[in-house]
Every structure is written in C-alpha cells, then in structure tokens.
Ligand binder design. Structure first.
Ligand code: NAD
Length: 715
C-alpha cells in the first residue's frame, strides 16, 4: 500500500495548496487554493502541509491568531476520497497510524492558546467543516449554492476528524444527531440557526470580521476545554437524550437492516463519546471511522456511489475527439407515458421540444399533463412560476409529424410494436432526412433491426429511459451494430443535456438492466414454485435491500405483460420461456390475477389499505416444511443477478464494470451496500462467489452455472 501521507513534508509544495500571509498585527491568514485540483479537498498532501504550516504559526511568537480561509468559491469541499481507496481491508492499526495526522492536528490547534477563525467564503463539507469546527469561531458568507454539513454517512463513513464530537458538543445531542445520521446539508442561514456558524457576513467583510474577532479574543479556547463545560441540552445520559437514543436505535436498524454499519457507528460515537472528555470521545470516533473505512460497505459506496457515478455522469466512456453535439431542439414522437416524461424533462433543461402524437388532441392532452406536473413542482417549491412558464413556452404539441422540420434530434417513443415503429420512423425520415441523430426508446426491440428503418443506420441508436422519466436518473444508451462512434458520443451528450446518467450498452436482448433484473423476478417465482414461503421470498428481497420483493415487482410489471414478452421471445427466437413460465400462465389463466393494475396478482391490492400477499398462494403453491434461511435467500437473489451481469459483461454487452454497477443501482435498485451487481462478485471474492454458485447450481439448477472466465476476470 502506498500512502502519500508518508511523503516527507519536503516533497510537498505548500504554495500549490494554500498561501500563508501575516499582517502587521501578527494575524496569519492561511488561504486554501489547491492549484492542482478543481476544488479544495483535503488530500493527504494537504493534511501534511496544513499540519506543518499551523505548527509553524503556532510556534511563531509574532503570530497572534490564525484565519483559515479559501481563495476559491468554496471553503473546503471535503476529503479526497481517492486517498481512502487504498485502505480497503487494510490493517486497522496501520490505517490509524496514517490517518491520525489531521485529527491530532485539529486537537492541537484548538488548544494552542491562539485564536483561530474559520472564514468561509462558501461551502464547507466533511473534513472541511471539521476543520472549521476545530476553530474558535466560524464566520461564513451565504450564497445560493453554499452548503455546510457532514455528508460522510452517504458514503458509508462517519466524520473521523472530530465531526461527531465537536458538532454534538457545540449544538447538543438532539440537533446534531439528524445532521450526522442523514448527512444533511444546510444553507449558511440554516447552519447559523442550528448554531454551528457564529456569524454571516458579506464576502468583502469576511477577512476583516475574522481579524477583528481575533483582536478582541486574544486567548480563545473551545467551550469543551473550559472548566464546568456541559453539552447544550445535556449529554447522552439525560433522560430525554436516553429516550432519543432508545427510539433511534430500532429506527436505524429498520432502515439499514444490518447492511449499512455507518449510522449505528455514528450513534455509538455520540452515545459513548459525548459523555467522556473530548480526547476519549475523539478516540472512540477515530476507531469507529477506521473500522468503517477499511470495510467493504464504505469502499463499495465510494467506488460506485461516488467514483463510478461521477464517471458515468461525466461521460468517461464517451468516444474522444468527437465534437460535442449541438442539440437545441428535439422532436419526440409518441406523447404517451414515456414521450411526455421525456418532454417534461427536456423543456426544464432548456431544450426546445416538439412533441408529436397521432392526432392534435392526444398531443394537447399530453401537454396539459406536463403543465399539471410542473404546477405541482411550483406548489412544492421545486421550481418558480417563471421557470415553469419558460419551460412550457419551449414545448410545442402537434398531431403532425411535419412539425419536426429543423429539429436536431428525434426520440421515438411510440407503441412497442416493430411495425408501428418502422412506419413511424419512415414518416419522420421523410421530414427530417437521415442525418440527424435518431433514438428509439424501445424497451427490448433490437436496435440494429430498427436502425434499418432509418436512412442512415449509423445515425441511429437506442436511448432507453426508465419510468417515471422525471425521477429516474438512468438512460441505457444502446449501440446498434451499425451505430457510429459519433452517434454514440452524441447520444451520450443528449443524455447529459437531459440531466441523466447514461451507461453505454451494446445491442442485445434485454439490453443490460432488464436482463439482469428479470433474473431477480424469476428467482422469486421459482422459489414460490419450489415451495418457499411467499413471506420469506418477499422479505428476503427487502432485507437484502432491493426496493421491492420479487413477487411485488412481478405484480408491478404485470403478469400478462410478462407472459406476452416471454411468449413473443419464444415465437421469435425459439428460446425456452423459462421454467417459471407455467406459473405466470397459471396466475393469469387459472386465477385471473394479472398484477397490480388489476388489483390482484401475487398480492391483493385493496383500494384503501396496504397490499397483502394473496392468501390463495398457500393452496396453489404448498409450502415445504424445510425452508431456506433468510440469508440463503438474500444471497440467491444477489448471486443470480450478479451472474447475469457477469454474463452480460463477459459477452461484451456492457464493457465497463463501473457502468454495470451504476446501471444496476440506478436502473433497478440493486443495493448500494454491495457496490452493484458486478462489484458484489469481488466483494464476496470471485473464488468464493463461484463456489457458492456451484452449491446453488447443484440444488437449484443450471441458472447458477458459473460462466467460463468469471473467476479469472473478477479475481
Ligand atoms: P404509451 O402507450 O403510453 O405511449 C405511446 C404513445 O405513442 C401513445 O400516445 C400513442 O398514441 C403514440 N403513438 C403510437 N403510434 C404512433 C405513431 N405512429 N405516431 C405518433 N404517435 C404514435 O407507451 P409508453 O409506455 O410511453 O412506451 C413508449 C415506448 O417506450 C415503448 O417502446 C416502450 O417499450 C418504451 N418504454 C416504456 C417504458 C415504460 O415503463 N412504460 C420504459 C422504457 C421504455
């Protein structure tokens, strides 16, 4: 393991991290400005340089106080997460040795006997806010995008440089806990109200106010270092706070299901650490932090939830050297659920949209529906009335395809019928010509085949949106056999322009996400067929972290749809419709239970209550005396999906592993703690994963067969 934190100070060029000046009054200003980074982040080098510089200033008798500030828009945006990746499964003692520097230094500066002020021109998050909390005063400039918070929990971590201890001691147990447990980001005004920002000033008064405070407080100390200190509102042991911990603990368990250790660790840092002197509290926090940062969950959440998500959002897979697409006006064909959803998103992102359906009335109705959606957004404070009007002003609804003249790109979202799509594309082609980008939103029709209906198949691709479009971040960008690299690049550009996170998938049946999630649904159905208790089938899906149990998901897809799709696939390709097919047919034909829309599927859906499992399941699928454990069912679900994702990856359908993980999380809610459908294999360990699959295969069948090359690829 290499660790830049072990670099000697001499190798670090301090001037590329911050500038230090001392004025005539002896007030030092340490101003962060990380020249080699797009933002100020606490990298290992920054930690070393910061410790050295503050040591120097503390030792310098001519220095009367220190202002820590930033020359950038933000104060410090957080920690450098890249530096944490090497700590995965590392020896905790070694990690402690390496990571103690900032934590120790913050304790040192707050006890130095000289006043320190954090003068924050903008956002302070995570490690940045922890530095500010170790200062004796926090002054901020408010801005529309400026936020303050400790968001570590969102990456499976906790603030490990004093955040849990100082924030709680500063504002009290009850106000601090939600901020720590939810990673809430507050505006400057909110943070001021919460009590961890002392003063809000204008940008040009920032330094001056900080210096004035230093002059007025030459011997500042922290409240917790003063005699008789008590946490505002009392410590964790007061009856009220005790009751709070008692109520939070089961809530956290219900939410994390034992899969996410960070919230429980945060709770115990506050509960145990805040009744002890701060030095012991910091020690407890640090141990908990190291245990999280060396563990799988935080590392999975960082790898996929941060790095792979960012890579996808920033189009890292985009073919290089293709000039960015100039797309200002798009045509959307088909104003149904998907077409209207895409239009709603596009106009809010500043694109001009022509939305066409078979007749004017249908198109107008879709436009009215979009207006209603935007009105709801205004009512909820998500957008202003002016923005809504401007967005609607960009939308033209029409029943005539000739209104597509002059658009830069077309997205087709008509019925899922190849003949209807081909005919519709031919009519668009006659208006626009073949040179513009043309995308189909088909859920499953091969893109390569549809491309034949477009004059230039190289300008054709799939943009597979998810429903509801305004909420779902993912788009699968489908590259057909003849789609050019330029078209791929432009498809990705369009996805980004729509504010979505695209993954690049090569054309294949079920593309990537549908193919993988259908394994989850099938596994639930097969378990039911084999006599596993329905309640166990469903609860294992939920406890492992999928958004719905497999039977509930089948109901929401619709059993009639599932039957039709499988039948059509069989008719077209001769591919066996799967051993669960008879069960689907029986539910539809024998019991007339077609799913959620009909109010009756594997569940009953009463008009005025929670869905409950259909009691008739017990008669139809007798439950075996010998039931698998919850953990076995959980692993079945994760493994069966991971295997399918691995097949898709090994077959070249999805090339980039990070993208496969992102797609699994954003597309169908594969649990974040696993890192995603492929990262789950490396989390378990490829050899062990293969071994467990073989055990399942022996018992359950060849759907658990391990593909050739899996162990080598994921070792
Ligand atoms: P929908 O039935 O709600 O809408 C289809 C619309 O297309 C209708 O308004 C219809 O009048 C219109 N239409 C049909 N033929 C037309 C033609 N020749 N010219 C103009 N308009 C025509 O369907 P949907 O759910 O919006 O699905 C549309 C496409 O998106 C399908 O290919 C579907 O597979 C795909 N898709 C759907 C979902 C989903 O969850 N519903 C998700 C991803 C992709």
């Amino acid at each position: 393991m290499t660790d830049p934190a072990q670099d000697t100070q001499a190798q670090i060029d301090e001037s590329r991290i911050f500038e230090v000046t001392v004025d005539d009054d002896g007030i030092a200003v340490l101003s962060f400005n990380m020249l080699d980074r797009p933002m100020n982040v606490m990298s290992p080098e920054a930690r070393i340089a910061f410790a050295a510089a503050t040591d120097r200033l503390i030792a310098d008798e001519g220095v009367t106080g220190i202002v820590i500030t930033s020359a950038r828009g933000e104060f410090i945006a957080g920690a450098d997460l890249k530096a944490l990746v090497d700590y995965h499964r590392a020896d905790p003692n070694a990690v402690m040795g390496k990571m103690a520097l900032l934590r120790n230094q913050l304790r040192r500066i707050e006890q130095a006997g000289k006043p320190l002020v954090a003068a924050m021109p903008g956002t302070a998050l995570g490690g940045g806010l922890e530095i500010a909390l170790a200062c004796h005063r926090r002054i901020a400039v408010a801005g529309p995008k400026t936020v303050f918070g400790l968001p570590e929990v969102g990456l499976g971590l906790l603030p490990g440089a004093g955040g849990t201890q100082r924030l709680t001691r500063l504002i009290g147990v009850a106000p601090a806990l939600p901020l720590l447990l939810e990673g809430t980001r507050l505006s400057a005004q909110e943070a001021h109200k919460a009590g961890f920002i002392d003063e809000i000033v204008s940008a040009d008064a920032l330094l001056e106010t900080a210096k004035a405070w230093i002059k007025a407080n030459p011997t500042a100390t922290q409240p917790w270092d003063r005699k008789g200190f008590a946490i505002p509102g009392g410590g964790p042991e007061t009856p009220e706070n005790h009751a709070l911990f008692r109520s939070l603990s089961p809530k956290i368990h219900a939410k994390t299901l034992g899969k996410y250790p960070a919230p429980t660790a945060i709770l115990s840092c506050v509960f145990e650490g805040c009744r002890l002197p701060i030095d012991q509290g910091l020690q407890i926090e640090f141990k908990n932090f190291v245990s999280l940062v060396t563990g799988d969950v935080a590392q999975n959440m960082i790898a996929t939830g941060f790095f792979a998500m960012n890579d996808a959002a920033k189009l890292r897979v985009r073919p290089k050297d293709v000039p960015k697409a100039e797309i200002g006006r798009i045509g959307i064909l088909g104003a149904g659920l998907m077409g209207a959803g895409i239009a709603e998103v596009a106009i809010q992102r500043g694109l001009d949209v022509v939305l066409v359906d078979r007749d004017q009335a249908t198109a107008d109705a879709a436009k009215d529906g979009i207006a209603k959606q935007l009105d709801r957004g205004v009512a909820r404070g998500r957008l202003t009335a002016e923005k809504k009007d401007a967005a609607l002003g960009r939308l033209t609804a029409s029943g005539d395809v000739s209104t597509f003249a002059g658009v830069d790109a077309v997205i087709e979202a008509v019925f899922e019928d190849p003949a209807v799509k081909r005919e519709a594309l031919a009519r668009v082609l006659a208006v626009t010509g073949p040179n513009i980008l043309c995308a189909s939103n088909t859920s499953k029709l091969p893109i390569t085949g549809l491309a034949e209906a477009w004059g230039r198949p190289d300008r054709f691709l799939g943009l597979h949106f998810f429903s509801p479009v305004p909420r779902m971040k993912l788009i699968e960008v489908i590259r057909g056999d003849r789609t050019s690299e330029e078209t791929v690049a432009h498809g990705l550009d369009l996805a980004k322009a729509l504010g979505k996170t695209p993954i690049l998938v090569n054309d294949a049946r079920g593309f990537y996400t549908s193919r993988v999630v259908s394994r989850y649904v099938s596994e639930g159905l097969l378990a039911l067929q084999a006599g596993v208790a329905p309640a166990l089938i469903e609860s294992a899906g939920k406890t492992v972290g999928m958004p719905l149990g497999p039977l509930a998901l089948a109901d929401s897809i619709g059993l009639e749809t599932m039957r039709r799709v499988r039948q059509a696939e069989y008719d077209e390709t001769g591919a066996a419709p799967g051993p669960e097919f008879p069960l689907i047919v029986a539910m539809v034909e024998e019991h007339g239970r077609t799913g959620r829309k009909a109010g009756a599927g594997f569940y009953d859906y009463p008009a005025d209550g929670e869905p409950t499992l259909w009691p008739g399941l017990a008669d139809r699928f007798p439950v075996l005396a010998d039931q698998p454990s919850l953990e076995t069912m959980e692993r079945r679900y994760l493994h069966v999906q991971a295997l399918e994702a691995a097949r898709a990856h090994l077959d070249g359908v999805i090339e980039d592993r990070g993208q496969a993980d992102v797609g699994s999380q954003l597309g169908f809610g594969f649990p974040a703690w696993t890192g995603g459908a492929l990262r789950w294999i490396t989390t378990v360990g490829a050899e062990r994963f293969a071994e467990e699959c073989r055990t399942f295969e022996a018992e359950l069948g060849d759907r658990f067969a391990v593909p050739d090359g899996l162990v080598d690829a994921f070792r």
